[in-house]
Design a protein around this ligand. Structure first.
Ligand code: SF4
Ligand code: SF4
Length: 107
């Protein structure tokens, strides 16, 4: 099993999660982060850090977010590691509560 970043992170990217990951398994895209499922050790530390509750254990991903399991696996192969927290995107607060924003994902 691994942990999975889901839709709430899109266009927010607060990156609080990155600092606590003991194995540096977050990968950064233009407006979203993913977790490399091959590196994640299921420590659970990142879950509580995310201000928009975007991170779930694979077994607990909500039914309307299931596609993010494959998306994390796919994009983690393409994106570079992020190991230090940085500022959130400038309009993160405006996007934090928006639902159905998969179309906003930049690769
Ligand atoms: S803390 Fe949450 S919103 Fe921020 S980058 Fe991590 S998963 Fe995305
Ligand atoms: S569960 Fe632990 S190992 Fe996996 S992404 Fe979160 S902090 Fe990293």
């Amino acid at each position: 099993m691994a942990y999975v970043v889901t839709e709430s992170c899109i266009r927010c990217k607060y990156t609080d999660c990155v600092d606590v990951c003991p194995v540096d398994c977050f990968r950064e895209g233009p407006n979203f982060l993913v977790i490399d499922p091959e590196e994640c050790i299921d420590c659970t530390l990142c879950v509580a850090e995310c201000p928009v509750e975007a991170i779930y254990a694979e077994d607990d991903v909500p039914s309307d977010q299931q596609g993010f399991i494959a998306l994390n696996a796919e994009l983690s192969k393409q994106w570079k590691p992020i190991v230090e927290r940085k500022d959130a995107l400038p309009d993160a607060e405006d996007w934090a509560k928006v639902k159905g924003k998969l179309g906003e994902l930049l690769r």
